[in-house]
Design a protein around this ligand. Structure first.
Ligand code: HDE
Length: 748
């Protein structure tokens, strides 16, 4: 081994370093912490950085050591032994080889080597939060689940949102389905509602799930592309699986580009069963309706966000909770008597079908509030284990062949992902009610079970473990008479693959239809195999001929004849399926607004709008070309929150440009500022400008002239007063002003 020449050190030596450390510990938090440590253990009061007795302190130690102070908890090994030196491994002489004997180094490196656990095979990238759920009125007529019957119960929950296809390090804003998994820690055990933000699924039978995911994930030879469905293998599979067409329509809509986890619906997807104390069973579909409304991003924006802020959704969730803007959803139920299920005209066991809300209304039954961010991503968000089989008495499954496969899959995957059968003992997965059984041992067992009896029945166990009859709260499966041959066959009632895809298409507004066409243009435009494109177009003809011809026009190909189909049920359009037509609460709370400013800004205008927005529960950031403070036209100083270059327009919902001739003259010379408003305009975002700010919008090409009034662009030559701020808030509540005629022509 070649020895390197020691770096000449300009350090004055060990003595002065010790003096530095002594001063640091006396003048920093260490001074306050020392008595506490001393009270617990006099030995702990010694500076943590002091060398072990007999161990010389080297001359080239790291800065980390120099700035460490004698505060906080003692650093120890996993055996609780205090560590005197966490900067140097043990070696033979200061320049000699490291000794294998160094148990501290080995323990630390070994732990590090094993930090990663297998990521989820799907839904690998997620973000989560804690909160609670409370039912509005007792649902005892429907279910005996206590968290749905006891109106006083504030059931703790942990909710994990996710993308499906991308790996753990992929971007949040990929075009994808979002997972919406809720763990209810009820006093009768954990109940998991493991849903998505799209109410139907791509496939009908679990046996096709590995194929679907293989096709959607990066292609097997080059592992390209990451977190994207726009590639040959996905569309090859989809084009050959007509049952996927309905969900594909959703995935091509703005539902697959949520503005925020806080602004998307959730669905249990499958039909489940609710059973009451009398044993009556009814079929149910679960919905989550966000109180902040359902809103999406523009596709161009989503792609740019993937580079500029790949953590956009997880940051948004964490920041909203930190700011006290707690995300909330209502739990909604669509309840169907078993006898009525036959009359719907489709099969409720088919996960590619939804029940239009106009046919069976969604009844709001309770509220979910997320109010606490996790303390540790790995311990909570990564280690949480959801399972559709985590059921409580009063909620049961149906024979949906997709759901049946899931009942096997979740526990199975978690055995590997979490390293053995005891992951229910990990704090985030533990029930909050007592749990006790005769399962024993295995990797990572935490519980120390007492006594010699680990079987049942037993006459020597005092008190013995016992079952709980249904009437006292034990879980029972709803009894069902099922008859049939053993076979591999799909029910004929699952055969209609297009009627609900047509329903979805026809329920969208013109703008939303255009976005679907553009999404298909992008996705199929990335497909390199012409036959796959043709097959997809032939399927789209079955959805709607105009849709197929609009996509075909972009692909430069004639519309092929329709692919074969079976079944054709007519539906009336369902406004509830449209993000726009369904209507949204007229509130701008929880949105994020940028203010563009430079020295000489009109402070009055800036402050008037800013304080009105803050009062309405929005986040406001003042952006400039540098950090520090701005000197306003009237001499006031205004704190700058962020640099223009670090916070581009895509991370905001709206932008305000206050006047002030010097400020506007400066902004006009800054490409970042000009690009900011052009891009916000292109993405249909609300824009407001006052005074000289109006001319800036015209210079940037957002307005053809200062007098033009495109949708969602609010201007005033006069004062930015309370009425102006109120009008801006109303524009923000609309979210996006898609009707802007010339937005697509804007180069940004
Ligand atoms: Fe999942 N799914 N899934 N899935 N799923 C997983 O479980 C699976 C399906 C959903 O935040 C995995 O622990 C099969 C539908 C969510 O931790 C795995 C089938 C719906 C999450 C699995 C489906 C979902 C998962 C991966 C077809 C909406 C993330 C790691 C039969 C109702 C949960 C894990 C979290 C995760 C299997 C279909 C939702 C492999 C076999 C339909 C939200 O077990």
């Amino acid at each position: 081994m070649t020895q390197t020449t020691p770096t000449p050190s300009d350090e004055p030596g060990d003595q002065s370093r010790r003096r530095f450390l002594a001063t640091a510990s006396a003048t920093t938090a260490g001074a306050a912490a020392a008595p506490l440590l001393a009270a617990a253990d006099p030995a702990a009061a010694a500076p943590r950085t002091a060398a072990q007795p007999g161990m010389p302190v080297g001359k080239s130690e790291t800065l980390a050591r120099e700035i460490s102070v004698d505060a906080g908890e003692a650093l120890t090994t996993n055996q609780g032994v205090r560590i005197a030196d966490d900067q140097n491994s043990l070696r033979l002489g200061p320049r000699g080889p490291t000794l294998l004997e160094d148990q501290i180094l080995r323990e630390k490196i070994t732990a590090f080597d094993h930090e990663r656990i297998p990521e989820r095979v799907v839904h690998a990238r997620g973000a989560a939060a804690h909160g609670h759920f409370q039912v509005y009125e007792s649902l005892s007529g429907l279910t005996r689940a206590r968290f749905l019957t006891d109106t006083k119960a504030k059931t703790p929950v942990f909710v994990r949102f996710s993308t499906v296809v991308g790996s753990r390090g992929s971007a949040d804003t990929a075009r994808d389905v979002r997972g919406f998994a809720v763990k209810f820690y009820t006093d009768e055990g954990n109940y998991d509602l493991v849903g998505n933000n799209i109410p139907v699924f791509f496939i009908q039978d679990a046996i096709k799930f590995p194929d679907l995911i293989h096709a959607a994930k990066p292609e097997a030879d080059k592992e390209i592309p990451q977190a994207a469905t726009a590639h040959d293998t996905f569309w090859d599979f989809i084009s050959l699986m007509p049952e996927s067409t309905h969900m594909v329509m959703w995935a091509m809509s703005d539902r697959a580009l949520p503005r925020s986890y806080r602004m998307m619906e959730g669905f249990g997807v499958h039909t489940f069963r609710l059973t009451n104390a009398q044993g009556t069973s009814r079929l149910v579909k679960f919905h989550w309706k966000p109180l902040a409304g359902v809103h999406g991003l523009a596709w161009d924006e989503a792609q740019k966000l993937a580079g500029k802020d790949p953590d956009f959704h997880r940051r948004d969730l964490a920041e909203a909770i930190e700011a006290g803007h707690f995300p909330q959803w209502e739990l909604g139920l669509q309840v169907i008597e078993e006898a009525d299920a036959q009359r719907l005209g489709f099969d409720l066991l088919d996960a590619t079908k939804l029940i239009p809300e106009e046919l069976v209304p969604v009844k709001p039954v309770g509220k979910l509030t997320l109010n606490r961010n996790p303390d540790n991503y790995f311990a909570e968000t990564e280690q949480v284990a959801f399972h559709v089989g985590n059921l409580v008495p009063g909620i049961d499954v149906t024979e949906d062949p997709l759901l049946q496969g899931r009942l096997f899959s979740y526990l199975d995957t978690q055995l590997t992902r979490l390293g053995g059968p005891n992951f229910h003992e990990i704090p985030i997965n533990r029930p909050v009610c007592p749990f006790h059984n005769l399962q024993r041992d295995g990797f990572h067992r935490q519980t120390i079970a007492k006594g010699r009896v680990n079987y049942e029945p037993s006459s020597i166990d005092v008190p013995p473990v016992r079952e709980t009859p249904a009437e006292r709260g034990g879980f029972t499966t709803h009894p069902l008479a099922l008859h049939g041959e053993k076979l591999r066959r799909r029910s004929d009632s699952f055969a209609d693959h297009y009627s609900q895809a047509t329903l979805f298409w026809q329920s969208q507004t013109a703008v939303e239809q255009q976005h679907i066409v553009e999404a298909l243009r992008f996705e199929l435009g990335k497909v390199t195999v012409p036959e796959v494109r043709q097959r997809m177009l032939a399927n789209l003809v079955n959805v709607d001929r105009t849709l197929a011809s609009r996509v075909a026009a972009y692909l430069g190909t004639p519309v092929p004849p329709a692919s074969p189909r079976s079944g054709n049920r007519a539906y009336s359009p369902s406004p509830a399926l449209s993000m726009i037509a369904r209507g949204n609460p007229k509130s701008a709370a929880g949105r994020k607004v940028a203010v563009l400013a430079a020295d000489g800004v009109d402070a009055k205008a800036l402050q008037a709008v800013k304080s009105a927005l803050l009062r309405a529960g929005l986040a406001v950031r003042v952006l400039s070309s540098r950090l520090g403070e701005l000197r306003a036209a009237d001499g006031e100083t205004i704190a700058i929150d962020d640099l223009l270059v670090t916070m581009p327009s895509v991370v905001f919902d709206a932008v305000f440009v206050p006047g002030g001739s010097q400020s506007i003259a400066a902004l006009a010379t800054q490409g970042d500022a000009v690009h900011f408003v052009r891009e916000a305009f292109k993405h249909a975002k609300p824009i407001a400008a006052s005074g000289e700010g109006v001319a800036f919008l015209a210079q940037a090409g957002v307005l053809a002239s200062p007098n033009e009034k495109p949708a969602g662009v609010l201007t005033t030559a006069g004062a930015a007063d309370a009425a102006f701020a109120a009008a801006f808030l109303a524009d923000i509540a609309v979210h996006r002003h898609w009707s802007r005629a010339n937005a697509a022509a804007i180069a940004a």
